[in-house]
Design a protein around this ligand. Structure first.
Ligand code: FAD
Length: 459
């Protein structure tokens, strides 16, 4: 894993090497190239995709011009407070302060310097965000985000070596001197660097690590990129780096089953709710989709149904995934509550629906603690989709400082090692419930930018 060599020799050397070509790695590459450094990105897949391509590509930021254009005032301190409120104040305050302060500038830089056409998701609220601050590209897909970042990186002169899986780091003392990358034919390449950025995400693709750190989701569907197998964590550990918040993760309790297509949580936040196989509600859905994974998996068969209506479906349709779920015939529709209950074979559903609508009319709080005041009513035709819980990505990782430098167990930074995105400790604390929407891409693009700038300065 870590190969220790004195005065190592390499086939080629560049100032900045980056492992992983997802949002974190490509943003780091753009930032390093912007400082004039020569940059190579090493990516194990034939085409850069990562978990980034599986996401909705939404990045939260406070105080952007895109918010201002929608009449929204927001600021970093409010954003930081929202992140910490969701994480029950257990997220690293230094990283929270850094990412909430730097996010607006990062979105503006990607838009202005690299032509990424961000716009604000202005028509619904994400739980826990006290302002509308999600920024996305036209298709609202992570695929578009990673494709546009890659095109921008290539335009900026970054070399992206695909089918190059980094297997070992070469270190001399505490300093990283280079890496060994393995090609599909088994051949190895030794590449030297002056600074290394780990952007190879977390450990969701390694069942043994998931079992060790997130036992409650052991065996659950992993919805992230299978190539994210915890390499950064293993290398960091072997180098004496500190790991933090290892049990933290983003789950999701609304993945269509069968079909495996993400159904946006907007269907719940816009007035929908979840029922189990008995047709009954079982928790306060307003807590968030991340903790929904455990709540749904704890139901009989690990299954639930999202219940909503045609108005809500209209909002959800802006997400390609939802439109795909509709095209795949996964969204059940019915002209009234009895027909929906009959089609889903959930006799108690009609009464549950009536109860929820009565709570909305009364502006009351239910027994699970969900406050229905101001929630829009559901009206026929009704919609439903059968869902399960899944692990999306892990939020624990290498402890870093405000400049994305990897920290040793004693708190001192390693001399030339940086980490960003899923490879680094996130801002969600140690629990699934600490994940605020957008925390994943927030640390990918913001720490990615800072890591790239820092690596270029050092190199
Ligand atoms: C379905 C889904 C929806 C999501 N929606 C959102 C959202 O809307 N907003 C949000 O903020 N977050 C979201 N997330 C989380 C978000 O996708 C991640 O937090 C983010 O993509 C992490 O970026 P990254 O660059 O660190 O990792 P990735 O995008 O996964 O990139 C890591 C790359 O490293 C490569 N790699 C791994 N190991 C090696 C190695 N040894 N050598 C070479 N290459 C290697 C991988 O192949 C991969 O391409 C979602 C996640 C999922 C799964």
């Amino acid at each position: 894993m870590i190969q220790r060599e004195a005065a190592p020799v390499f086939e080629a050397s560049v100032p900045v090497l980056i492992v992983g070509a997802g949002a974190a790695g490509l943003t780091a590459a753009l930032a390093a190239a912007g400082q004039g450094a020569e940059v190579w990105v090493l990516e194990r897949d034939a085409v850069p995709r990562g978990s980034t391509s599986l996401s909705a590509g939404l990045v939260p930021a406070a105080g952007t011009r895109f918010q201002a254009a929608n009449g929204i005032t927001d600021e970093a301190a409010l954003f930081a407070a929202d992140i910490q409120a969701k994480a029950k104040h257990r997220a690293d305050p230094r990283i929270v302060a850094t990412v909430s302060r730097e996010a607006a500038g990062t979105i503006g830089w990607l838009a202005d310097a690299h032509g990424l056409p961000f716009s604000l998701v202005h028509d619904f609220d994400y739980p826990g965000h006290s302002r509308r601050r999600m920024h996305g590209l036209p298709s609202r897909s992570g695929q578009e985000l990673v494709d546009r970042l890659r095109a921008a990186a290539e335009a900026a002169g970054v070399t992206i070596l695909t089918e190059a899986r980094v297997e070992r780091l070469i270190a001399e003392g505490d300093a990283i001197r280079g890496v060994v990358a393995v090609r599909p034919d088994g051949s190895e390449e030794r590449l030297g660097c002056r600074a290394l950025v780990l952007a190879c995400c977390g450990y969701g693709g390694d069942p043994a690590l998931v079992r060790a750190h997130i036992p409650q989701l052991a065996g659950a569907l992993y919805f992230g990129h299978p190539g994210n197998t915890g390499d950064a964590i293993r290398w960091g550990e072997a180098l004496g780096a500190r790991l933090a918040d290892m049990s933290g993760h983003q789950g999701h309790g609304s993945v269509a089953e069968p079909g495996g297509i993400l159904v946006t949580w907007a269907v719940i936040m816009e007035g929908g709710f979840q029922v189990n196989a008995a047709g009954c509600r079982f928790w306060n859905e307003a807590q968030g989709y991340s903790e929904a994974a455990q709540a749904v998996l704890a139901q009989p068969g690990g299954i639930a149904w999202d219940i909503f209506d045609a108005r809500v479906a209209g909002i959800a349709r802006q997400f390609e995934d939802f439109a795909n779920a509709e095209r795949a015939g996964l969204i059940v529709t019915a002209s009234d509550a009895d027909e929906l209950a009959a089609r889903l074979k959930l006799p108690a559903l009609a009464a549950t629906l009536a109860e929820v609508e009565a709570l909305k009319r009364a502006g009351a709080r239910d027994a699970f603690g969900r406050d229905w005041a101001g929630s829009a009513p559901l009206a026929p035709p009704y919609c439903a989709v059968r869902v399960t819980g899944a692990l999306f990505h892990t939020q624990g990782g290498l402890a870093v400082d405000g400049a994305a430098r990897v920290l040793r167990a004693d708190g001192a930074p390693l001399p030339n090692l940086f980490a960003a995105g899923g490879a680094a400790r996130g801002v969600s604390g140690p629990e699934a419930s600490g994940y605020l929407s957008g925390n994943g891409l927030l640390t990918a693009v913001v720490l990615g930018r800072l890591a790239g700038e820092g690596a270029a300065r050092l190199a």
